[in-house]
Every structure is written in C-alpha cells, then in structure tokens.
Design a protein around this ligand. Sequence first.
Ligand SMILES: Cc1cc2nc3c(=O)[nH]c(=O)nc-3n(C[C@H](O)[C@H](O)[C@H](O)COP(=O)(O)OP(=O)(O)OC[C@H]3O[C@@H](n4cnc5c(N)ncnc54)[C@H](O)[C@@H]3O)c2cc1C
Length: 246
Amino acid sequence: VLAKTPNPQTVCYQALHQDYCEEFVGETPHQIEETEAGEIVVKRLLAGGRGHYGPLEHPQITLACGYFPHSTMQQLRTHRVGVSFDCQSFRYTGARLEKFVSKWGDSLTGGEIPIEAKEELEKLVYLRPLGKYKDRIGLMYDYRQDARDRAIALAIESLKLYAENRGAGMPAEQARGLIPFDIRQHWVVSCNARSLLHMLDLRWKDDAQLECQWWCDLAWVHFANWMPQVAVWYEKHRAHRGTLAP
Ligand SMILES: Cc1cc2nc3c(=O)[nH]c(=O)nc-3n(C[C@H](O)[C@H](O)[C@H](O)COP(=O)(O)OP(=O)(O)OC[C@H]3O[C@@H](n4cnc5c(N)ncnc54)[C@H](O)[C@@H]3O)c2cc1C
C-alpha cells in the first residue's frame, strides 16, 4: 500500500450523512468511531441489496503491484471506471533483461543451462509452477516438466534476441515485441473502495485467470484491513460469486 484515505468508513459515513442531513457536514463533521461508521455504512448503504454504492467512491487506496505476469496487468487494466494505472511499458525498462543475458553469456548457449540462471530467469519471466490446472470450462491440464523446460528454453532465446537487437541499436519499443508475453511487470494502481470491489467482483471468481485471482487475494488483505466492516459484508454477500457487471 503506497497510500490510503485515513478513516475510510468514517468518510463514507460523512458522505451518506450529508445526503439527508440538513446541516452542513463541513461544519458539524459527525466524527464517530471508525467501527461504528463501518457498521452504519453496511446497514444503510449495502445490506439487503440496497446498492447505494456512491459514498464508497470517496475513500481511495493506491497499491504497488510487483512481479506479476504481463497478462495479469493486461486484464486488470480493462477496468476503466474509478481506476488509474501506471505500468512499466518496457519502453524504458528493459535493462534487467539485457543484464541477465550479459551476466550468463555463453552458458545460455548449448548444453545444460545452469540452475541458477534458470532461477534468475524466473524472476524476470513468469511460468506457472508444475501441477494440475483447470481451464475456464473446468477441464484439467497437467503442466509437466518437459513442457516447462521447453518454455524456459524459448524464454531464454527470446531474451538473447532482445539483448542482441538492443545492442544493435534497435529501439526498445520495437525490441520489446518479442520478449516473452508473461514477462514480470510492476505497476501502481489507485482505486476507490467501490471500484476496487468491482474489480474483485469480476476477477476473484473461479473462471477469472488464476493469477488475477491471486492479485485479488493480495489486494483483499489490504482492503479488509482498511475497511473491515465493509469487508465482512462483501465477503458474506459478493466475494467469489461472480456477480457480473451489466
Ligand atoms: C473472466 C473474464 C474474461 C474476460 N475476457 C475478455 C476477453 O477475452 N477480451 C476482452 O477484450 N475483454 C475480456 N474481459 C474484460 C471485460 O469484457 C471487461 O472489459 C472488463 O471486465 C472490465 O469490466 P467493467 O466494464 O465492468 O469495468 P469498468 O471499466 O471498471 O467499468 C465499471 C462499470 O461501469 C460501467 N461502464 C464502464 N464503461 C462503460 C461504457 N463504455 N458503457 C456503459 N457502461 C460502462 C459498467 O457498468 C461497468 O461494469 C474479460 C473479463 C473477465 C472478468
């Protein structure tokens, strides 16, 4: 968490209070205890499918997200309303890929690739761990060592070509086109409480991409810590249910 609105549930409470309060909330700010504010917010805005989500748009949280595969960023970035992103684009940030290739040099060509080089590669490029995975319609797929080894070899070839092209003066925005799709990427995202819950609605359900669900697991910890009473309500009524946007 890079930043977050302090007392977010109180802020929601003050906003909802202004909706029906004759007095100006700026003069009589209705400072109540954060837990009580959260309980009122749930009772008056959310319980029983009320759907008064507007006041949840006031508190804001900024998350630094690191080492995720590119595809996770790409999917989260489809959310446009109340969400702002700043992402590495690999137009300015490919130096770590070139460093990897120059560090391991000839040991990446022919023969067995050193285990340490493979481990370092996996800090740059994301590959799922070995194991059994479900696809979107529930069919199982076994990701085995031989398939993973081929993916590692291909990723190394891509990075070698990237370094070679960059060394020959190719601009980064052209050279990036052939780096492995699931290169690990860092980004900063800011959401308000409502837009974050909307992303969880769509990306925490079973048929969302696994890595997006893992992003939700991590974001959830911070949300639940930040707005605990709202989080209890959300977990009970919406989490993982795949309530779809219209
Ligand atoms: C499991 C899954 C698979 C997906 N697969 C694909 C795919 O293959 N290809 C692909 O391109 N996308 C795909 N998407 C992305 C999806 O189509 C949406 O673009 C994305 O989930 C953003 O959702 P949203 O519009 O609800 O979010 P937001 O952009 O945050 O919008 C929030 C809400 O605002 C309203 N809204 C926003 N913009 C508009 C608008 N222009 N007009 C009217 N109302 C609007 C809607 O009510 C919307 O729910 C997938 C999403 C999921 C969850």
